[in-house]
Design a protein around this ligand. Structure first.
Ligand code: FAD
Length: 511
């Protein structure tokens, strides 16, 4: 079988693998799952970014860890075959791709492992690395009235995909990123070994895989901490004209004790104009709300800032109790008083809020257009300079989509994971979520992203890319800084032939 796989990879043109070759691989791998031919037009050859496309050899739909281990072992006996786990393909720069390699569709394992556990009196859920967070949410709430604590904004992402990066949203200031909410993983390493790991068992693999960009193994199961699911959410948006006031209030909220702040804190930058996507209309939460620009102070500049917060509550909480809790916090903030917007929504509706954006964008045909997104962690010490240079000058007209900015706390992240962060306790995530209108040049927007990164470097700002994308080893070394040697050691231990996640372009396949 291995010889057969090797021969196919060596001798055939990957663009036109005849079906019988695929069935030969299929038979010889002896999988419980199925194999489909790759091809540039298929699922495995593209991602949400829409910038890169490659030609994978085959798409494998495994039934579980045993299948995945077989595939990785088979690849390891060839001289150059690589393996990419594909979560939901929501990467931007081809990270889940394998040119000429084997792509594993993790979604085919999404129902595996689902099990509620109680450990030391606390609830946890075992879930598949291929499960979508939105399904985890729906199942946990409907079956147990429990839910994970830390989310991403958008939930059609897989557990393994976000844990390989960090997984960040407005709850991360309190609970840390999703990588801080996992206590055990099952992983198929680059040697094809199925290994259970945690803080105390195979801990190098555990911490390596969290934020590890898929470099050390394929996450097949995760154990995630749960909390009682709230019923409802008060969802609030507050507008600011001054960056210093916006950041002071955001930092005030994220540094308060649990019970003395909101349960979710985010923010975004908007253009000070009527542009429907990036301007004033992007703020109201309800079609009946009106954003009256007459309330914007004369002193406001080219951009405004919106603080977004949410408070959880239960059906049986009296509305006056919720009002009192919200107003007690709002009165300490310095937003433009007449530019406050709030709605009450169910907890599930709140967590699935970006799904509605997706539906809308799909209807308008822009969901499937390219997305040259840029995500950056910027330290508190550099964020004022970043605002001045990037938001107020380069991006004052917007990016055709949200420009998120909100603070996070380093102490909620575990520095044993593979994620690298800027210095200091408070840092900001900046997410430029570009949507490219038809007929616009993607290259121009990619060039603008590069220019932003260059300006940050030129001005000596303290930052790290989130969902990093580099093409040269020197850039990766710079990205990891002091952690580069640890990253390399982990690679050597768990995927010494660099079989896994070739789309990250960090290591070259060896044999
Ligand atoms: P993929 O894109 O399929 O894979 C990502 C990487 O992980 C690849 O290298 C892949 O090989 C590897 N991988 C996939 N599955 C596994 C596995 N089981 N084990 C090991 N490696 C694996 N991120 C946030 O933090 N917060 C957000 O709010 C947020 N919102 C987003 C909204 C949208 C609309 C989109 C498109 C992305 C968003 N992201 C957000 C980014 C997202 O977390 C990453 O792009 C993530 O990698 C996507 O998950 P995926 O399941 O599609 O992974």
């Amino acid at each position: 079988m291995i010889a057969c796989l090797g021969r196919i990879v060596h001798d055939t043109d990957a663009e036109s693998i005849p079906d019988d070759d695929v069935s030969t691989i299929s038979q010889s791998l002896d999988l419980q799952g199925t194999i489909e031919s790759g091809g540039i037009a298929g699922l495995a050859g593209k991602d949400f970014g829409g910038i890169y496309s490659v030609n994978p050899l085959v798409l494998i739909k495994p039934s579980g860890s045993e299948d995945i281990a077989r595939v990785v072992k088979a690849a390891s006996r060839t001289s150059h075959v690589t393996v990419a786990a594909r979560g939901n393909g929501h990467s931007i720069n081809g990270q889940a791709m394998a040119d000429g390699g084997l792509v594993i569709d993790m979604r085919s394992t999404e129902d595996n492992h689902f099990k509620l556990l109680t450990i030391d009196g606390s609830p946890y859920i075992d879930i598949s690395g291929g499960a979508l967070w939105e399904d985890v949410l729906k199942r946990c709430v409907s079956m147990f009235r429990l839910a994970p604590q830390s989310w991403t904004d958008y939930l059609s992402l897989t557990v393994g995909g976000t844990l390989s990066n960090a997984g960040v949203s407005g709850q991360a200031f309190r609970y840390g990123p999703q990588t801080s909410n996992v206590t055990e993983l099952e992983i198929v390493t680059g040697k094809g070994e199925i290994t259970v790991c945690s803080e105390t068992q195979n801990s190098e693999l555990f911490f390596g895989a969290l934020g590890g960009l898929g470099q050390f193994g394929i996450i097949t199961r995760a154990r995630v901490k749960l909390q009682p699911a709230p019923d409802m959410v008060r969802w609030i948006r507050l507008v600011y004209s001054e960056f210093e006031e916006f950041t002071r209030d955001a930092e005030f909220l994220v540094t308060r004790e649990e019970g003395e702040s909101f349960d979710y804190v985010e923010g975004f930058v908007l253009s000070n104009c009527h542009d429907p996507i990036n301007g004033w209309p992007s703020v109201p939460l309800d079609p009946d709300h009106e954003f009256n620009p007459a309330h914007i102070p004369q002193t406001a500049g080219s951009v405004l800032y919106c603080l977004e917060a949410a408070l959880h509550y239960r059906h049986n909480d009296h509305p006056s109790t919720v009002d009192a809790a919200v107003n007690g916090l709002l009165e300490r903030l310095e937003f433009i008083r007449r530019l406050k917007f709030q709605v009450n929504v169910s907890y599930i509706e709140f967590l699935l809020r970006v799904k509605r954006v997706e539906e809308h964008a799909k209807a308008n045909g822009i969901w499937d257009s390219p997305h040259p997104w840029l995500n950056i962690f910027v330290s508190q010490s550099s964020i004022v300079d970043f605002d001045r240079t990037v938001f107020r000058k380069m991006l004052k007209d917007g990016v055709g989509g949200p420009m998120l900015i909100y603070p996070l706390l380093r102490s909620k992240w575990d520095d044993r994971t593979s994620v690298v962060l800027p210095k200091g306790e408070i840092f900001y995530i900046v997410a430029l979520l570009r949507f490219v209108p038809q007929g616009s040049s993607v290259e121009k927007l990619v060039a603008q992203n590069l220019e932003i990164v260059k300006r940050c470097n030129d001005e000596g700002l303290d930052f790290k890319l989130y969902l990093p994308n580099y093409h040269s080893k020197d850039d990766w070394k710079r990205h990891f800084g002091n952690e580069w040697s640890r990253f390399m050691e982990r690679k050597f231990s768990f995927d010494p032939m660099a079989i896994l996640a070739p789309g990250q372009r960090i290591f070259n396949r060896t044999h």
